[in-house]
Design a protein around this ligand. Structure first.
Ligand SMILES: C[S@@+](CC[C@H](N)C(=O)[O-])C[C@H]1O[C@@H](n2cnc3c(N)ncnc32)[C@H](O)[C@@H]1O
Length: 318
């Protein structure tokens, strides 16, 4: 596959400067450098060419459930831009829950339908089940899941099926070919050692489950890094370009860079981008920071403004 050159792909007004590396972790080689961009993802994506992203793994603000510093969330414009910048056969994984206040908002479903209306195929609707959840309702069952809409631009070009071990395997007399006489016929056959996972994925949440990176929890809504990893492994290959247009604490970026993918993360909040930058830097992951000025921006502290960690070494993924 042709190597991607992010600098050629990105035309947004950018300030990129080098800074020092900050890794003390055990190291292995990598050539990938992630890019973090402060900006409204709609504006940033509008400056890009068509068809350049292989995989997006992202999670939007849910129904104003949390205060993300009052920034706007223009869903339809984001979806339109995501469609345009996604490569044919590329995939967008949209992780979303509904506000529950009296009843469910159903925003997640409306968003999924909009994705379909603008041309995406609803390739799968997966469930992110939370192994532990404190949120209980007095008059309904405890909500323990969010949706993971897997939207593809045409037929997905990559599917690396994740497998789980089967309970029984080896040679067995297997039932087959039950004909109208109702008699089961048996034949020696092999039960496989593993099978493809179902589309319900369960993760522990909170410190140690979502991530062990304490700094990530300075962001109010981090998703599990294993969730991001599983989608990255499923729908992309090494060298592919992975996007998180609302990257928060940088979870998708961490998993993409640790698994030999290119990565671009955007967040409208300079504060959250700084959390992501620091988190990736602490792990020794190479990252460049761009700042697309916003009208309401406060300047970043000078020593934190630019950070390029051009170490050619990476820590081993857990
Ligand atoms: C649910 S959080 C993402 C958390 C992330 N998945 C993680 O693991 O840390 C949603 C993020 O969207 C960002 N956001 C909201 N509107 C945005 C916009 N128009 N452009 C870019 N980012 C935006 C918020 O600042 C917030 O950090």
């Amino acid at each position: 596959m042709e190597e991607l050159n992010l600098t050629d792909l990105l035309e947004s007004p950018a300030i990129v400067e080098p800074a020092a590396s900050a890794s003390s972790a055990p190291l292995v080689k990598s050539q990938r450098t992630g890019r973090l961009i402060v900006g409204n993802c709609v504006d940033v994506m509008r400056s890009w060419s068509d068809d350049m992203i292989h995989l997006t793994v992202t999670s939007p603000p849910y129904d104003k459930l949390r205060d993300y510093k009052g920034y706007s969330f223009p869903f339809e414009e984001i979806a339109d831009e995501l469609y345009r910048v996604t490569a044919p056969g590329g995939v967008v994984v949209w992780v979303v829950g509904d506000r529950i206040n009296g009843g469910r908002s159903l925003t997640s479903f409306r968003q999924a339908i909009y994705f379909q209306e603008i041309g995406f195929s609803a390739h799968d609707i997966m469930i992110y089940q939370k192994k532990n959840t404190p949120f209980m309702r007095s008059n309904a069952y405890t909500n323990a899941y969010e949706m993971m809409f897997v939207m593809s631009k045409g037929k997905p070009r990559t599917f690396n099926a994740l497998k789980i071990p089967t309970q029984r395997h080896g040679m067995e007399m297997l039932t087959h070919n039950k004909l109208p006489d109702g008699i089961n016929k048996k034949k020696l056959g092999e039960l496989k050692k593993e099978k493809t996972r179902t589309n319900i994925w369960s993760y522990a949440v909170g410190l140690g489950g979502t991530t062990r990176d304490k700094i990530a929890f300075q962001h109010p809504a981090v998703f599990p890094e294993k969730l991001a990893l599983d989608h990255i492994l499923s729908w992309s290959n090494p060298g592919d370009l992975v996007l998180d247009p609302m990257c928060g604490s940088g979870t998708t970026g961490k998993m993409a860079l640790q698994n030999d993918r290119e990565f671009i993360g955007i967040d409208i909040s300079a504060e959250y981008i700084e959390i992501a930058r620091q988190r990736l830097a602490d792990l020794g992951l190479p990252v460049e920071l761009q700042h697309t000025p916003l009208p309401h921006d406060k300047p970043l502290p000078i020593d934190r403004k630019f950070a390029t960690i051009n170490a050619n070494t990476l820590p081993r993924a857990e």
